[in-house]
Design a binder for this molecule. Sequence first.
Ligand code: SAM
Ligand code: SF4
Length: 336
Amino acid sequence: MPTVPPGLLADQHGRVATDLRVSLTDRCNLRCQYCMPAEGLNWMASEETLTDDEVVRLLSIAVQRLGVRQIRFTGGEPLLRRGLVDIVTRTAALKPRPRIAMTSNGLGLTRSAPALARAGMDRVNISLDTVRGDSFEAITRRARLQDVVDGVAAAHAAGMTPVKINAVLLRGINDGEAPELLRWCLEHGYQLRFIEQMPLDAQHGWHREAMVTAEEIFASLAGEFDLTEASRPRGSAPAEEFLVNGGPATVGVIASVTRPFCGDCDRTRLTADGQVRNCLFARQESDLRSLLREGRADDATIAAAWQTAMWGKLPGHGINDPGFLQPTRPMSSIGG
Ligand code: SAM
Ligand code: SF4
């Protein structure tokens, strides 16, 4: 039986995780249909949520002892975390300094973008599925399109670039809008990536037949744009990148369901209540919060627990297996 290599988050299938996704809260101010029900969810109690100090301690262990090189803050909505700017400042002070990014719905970025950029946020991905007000309200159940559009512009102006736009297409709502969204992103200098809808919604309402596939997205874009495969290798990046009309602009498609990329995965995940997940779709978690709060575990013990959690990572997410079971935690609580 091979042993866990020291100083790395390795697994038994040859992968090494260097990219850490940290959920800072499970709360959100939108209600995207593919993520949560209209009434929202029972949010995590504040005493269950890691404190800012606890988050930073785990980040320092990840960076200094486990080879993590990129940290992405997510949620829920990470901009709802009161201590976000301070957490980013302290993350940027770690040695070696990790690259710092965030996935956000953009609400509130008009106010916080300059402070986040100053604190050390390198890049942001903003979720925007449509530039039409009626589609936005149908998907997110809130009339906030202009606030998100302004937030994207604020991130761009603050230099957190390239600003990437994440879009999910829903059949019957915005499935005909892919070319329009790409046109808008090209016009503003944002990088668009489409994400296939995954079975991670709290209501368990995902149906394979209803999902808009990567194939359909390509077909819809091909009617208006000339797409050629970008020559650089995709590596561990989930998006397959294409040059638009010969480049340099690109568009990406993250085909998690129809073209899984688990073999190249370099992710490890930490939930807002301090659980390590070795995969978005994992059905088991490893509890680092208890180790932190019992007060007896030193950094080396916590690092070893994290390594053990990653060592057991399965080779793939299994969405396409007949016996697939959706994880109990929804996307908003795992951190997408
Ligand atoms: N609230 C932030 C946001 O929306 O960007 C961060 C958290 S959200 C869970 C992270 C990403 O997951 C977003 O880009 C969102 O569109 C995506 N997402 C949520 N549910 C999804 C699903 N069922 N399938 C595919 N992507 C999903
Ligand atoms: Fe909120 Fe992001 Fe989920 Fe939409 S996808 S409900 S913005 S957590």
